[in-house]
Design a protein around this ligand. Structure first.
Ligand SMILES: Nc1ncnc2c1ncn2[C@@H]1O[C@H](COP(=O)(O)OP(=O)(O)O)[C@@H](O)[C@H]1O
Ligand SMILES: [Mg+2]
Length: 422
């Protein structure tokens, strides 16, 4: 089978690495990919939002299956376009992807399906939003409705801060169209976990639960990032909690989408806050998480091609998905200054040879080739991942590898997985 993966981050490197292990795969492409991905797939310079370019490539190369990594092409309707042209694609339609591309749509779905979530209201008018804010206690959460690359949520500790967020979105258009509507919601204090699941419109099969680390600094301090590390399985997600998320969140969401004529095919990602054992949904994503994928896929024992194909062909019901009993930890190495301004083009030394090792490679995110050197090209640069028999060992293995890698200005958190370990 010839497979095309769309995207260029650590998530896509993990997908490519996993797919490369399948005996069913004869040729792997990635658009546009990165330096690490280029060691396992043929990278083609087509942007993730160039839908017609991607379609033409898939037709010309007779791609058997296209796997969409990031949310942007899904929200633009890549899955609709590919399906209309009889191209097999793993990912939801534009309408189904609204569970991620519109937080207001997701909220309506949750209310209709009685899925536990924070109490909220949606506003387009500044005065109505501020009037509502004044009537609510702080902390309170202000969210841009649309896709904002992980920057559209403010957990405000004062009314002033919350008003600033509303003005930024509705009046100063800081997020463009994505901020034309805002959701103001109750702040829920608890433990955050991610449960991703494969869904074929009807059947839902969960993956292992993961936890990521969104804040830039040790001890969960500083601004939010795309994710500074992750681990799986999350010890918090005992079987009873996983069942609760399946029963109260994922099945009702999939059923609710089918009911409004937008059946969901792909990966549904539930970001939940667990409070008193109840999983309150903070958000849904319509694709694999990053960096959660980097710790979940290395623990998947079933051939990933079999799983993706069962989703695309709507026969997930017939599939048994097996997971390893081991644990995985991913430590993200980023460019100094991220999530603010940072330099690029910095040479990276000490990268292990990913082709020669059969264990989990260092997943590349913001890397590129410059002459014969791998250099930095983004904020999050590498996802150093290790698998071992338990979390503590996986953590020390990952940090051992981190020590061998070196680039000017490199930064990483020292406490990945530490909140669940001594
Ligand atoms: N209702 C809430 N209560 C407490 N924290 C929240 C709430 N909603 C979001 N957050 C925090 O903000 C982060 C980002 O919010 P989320 O809805 O996941 O948006 P996005 O990932 O699109 O930025 C969450 O991971 C969580 O830490
Ligand atoms: Mg989120």
């Amino acid at each position: 089978m010839k497979i095309l993966v769309i995207g260029s981050g650590g998530r896509e490197h993990a997908l490519v690495w996993k797919l490369a292990q399948s005996p069913r795969v004869t040729k792997l492409y990635c658009a546009p990919g990165n330096a690490g991905i280029s060691q396992q797939a043929t990278c083609v310079p087509i942007a993730v939002d160039d839908l017609t370019g991607l379609q033409k490539f898939a037709e010309d190369e007779r791609i058997d299956l296209t796997v969409v990594g990031p949310e942007a092409p899904l929200a633009l309707g890549i899955a609709d376009l590919f399906r209309r042209n009889k191209l097999k694609v793993f990912g939801p339609t534009k309408n189904a992807a609204r569970i991620e591309s519109s937080k207001a749509f997701a909220k309506d779905l949750m209310i209709r399906q009685q899925i536990p979530t924070a109490e909220s209201r949606t506003f387009e008018s500044v005065s109505a939003a501020i009037q509502y804010l004044d009537s609510r206690p702080v902390p309170i959460v202000v969210k841009a409705d649309g896709l904002a690359q992980g920057k559209g949520v403010v957990v405000a500790h004062t009314h002033e801060e919350a008003k600033e967020a509303v003005l930024n979105m509705l009046e100063r258009h800081a997020f463009g169209e994505a901020g034309q509507r805002v959701i103001i919601e109750e702040c829920i204090q608890g433990e955050e976990i991610t449960l991703m699941a494969f869904a074929d419109g009807k059947t839902v099969i969960p993956m292992l639960a993961a936890q990521d680390h969104k804040r830039v600094g040790d001890g969960d301090t500083g601004p939010n990032t795309g994710g500074m590390g992750a681990y799986a399985p999350a010890p918090l997600a005992i079987p009873a909690l996983r069942y609760a998320i399946m029963r109260e969140v994922l099945y009702p969401a999939i059923e609710g989408l089918a009911r409004v004529g937008s059946p969901f095919f792909g990966v549904i990602y539930a970001g939940v806050m667990v409070k008193d054992g109840v999983p309150y949904v903070l958000e849904f994503n319509a694709r694999f998480g990053d960096p959660e994928t980097q710790v979940v896929l290395p623990l998947l024992k079933t051939d990933l091609v079999d799983v993706l194909e069962a989703v695309v062909e709507h026969r997930l019901e017939q599939l048994d998905i097996e997971w390893s009993e081991e644990a995985a930890v991913c430590v993200v190495m980023s460019s100094g200054g991220y999530p603010g301004k940072y330099p690029t083009g910095v040479p990276i030394a000490g990268l292990p040879d990913s082709i020669s090792s059969d264990s989990v490679p260092v997943f590349h995110a913001g890397t590129a080739w410059k002459d014969d050197q791998i250099v930095t090209s983004g904020g999050r640069v590498l996802g150093v991942t290790a698998v071992s028999s338990n979390l503590a060992q996986a953590r020390s293995k990952a940090y051992d590898t981190v020590q061998t890698i070196n680039f000017d200005g490199q930064y990483y958190r020292n406490d990945i997985a530490s909140r669940v370990l001594p």
